[in-house]
Design a protein around this ligand. Structure first.
Ligand code: ZN
Length: 149
């Protein structure tokens, strides 16, 4: 950054060539770590914007791209939690392999009530009392992740 000395007239413009050769020119070195932080922030902003516009089911559970989700240690448990978070389980999606219609909830038996992980854990009216008794959280992420931590 160029800082004019006290002898120089601040009101006049100094030609760029003179400013470059000025011995009193103060050069401020910016550490690369400062630039890395800015670059990371910019990338996260772009990534978050794309995430906000996506229609994935995982976005319902994880709203921020910088949010870290702690998973259980065992691989088998990680797979179960991940499948629940994205809403893909054998119970809810096996119809795709057998070329059948999507399953409906047989517990509440509401018309056109599609059987989904979100419905089972949060929405089914037949299990509302049990969820209240167990103090189940009302968000899908908390409902899934609260019990293994
Ligand atoms: Zn139901």
């Amino acid at each position: 950054m160029y800082q004019p000395t006290s002898q120089q007239n601040v009101d006049t413009e100094i030609p760029a060539a003179a400013a470059v050769t000025d011995a009193n020119l103060e050069i401020i070195n910016t550490p690369h770590t400062d630039l890395m932080t800015l670059a990371k922030q910019h990338i996260c902003t772009i990534w978050q914007s794309q995430w906000n516009n996506s229609t994935t089911k995982l976005r319902e559970a994880i709203s921020s791209v910088t949010e870290h989700l702690s998973l259980p240690r065992r691989r088998h448990d990680q797979v179960i939690i991940s499948r629940l978070l994205i809403g893909h389980t054998l119970v809810t999606h096996k119809y795709l392999f057998s070329n059948e219609e999507a399953p409906t909830c047989q517990t509440c038996q509401l018309p056109d009530c599609r059987l989904t992980v979100k419905h089972i854990l949060l929405e089914c009216t037949a299990t509302q009392d049990a969820r209240n008794h167990a103090c189940m959280p009302e968000s899908i992420k908390e409902a899934i992740t609260t019990y293994y931590e």
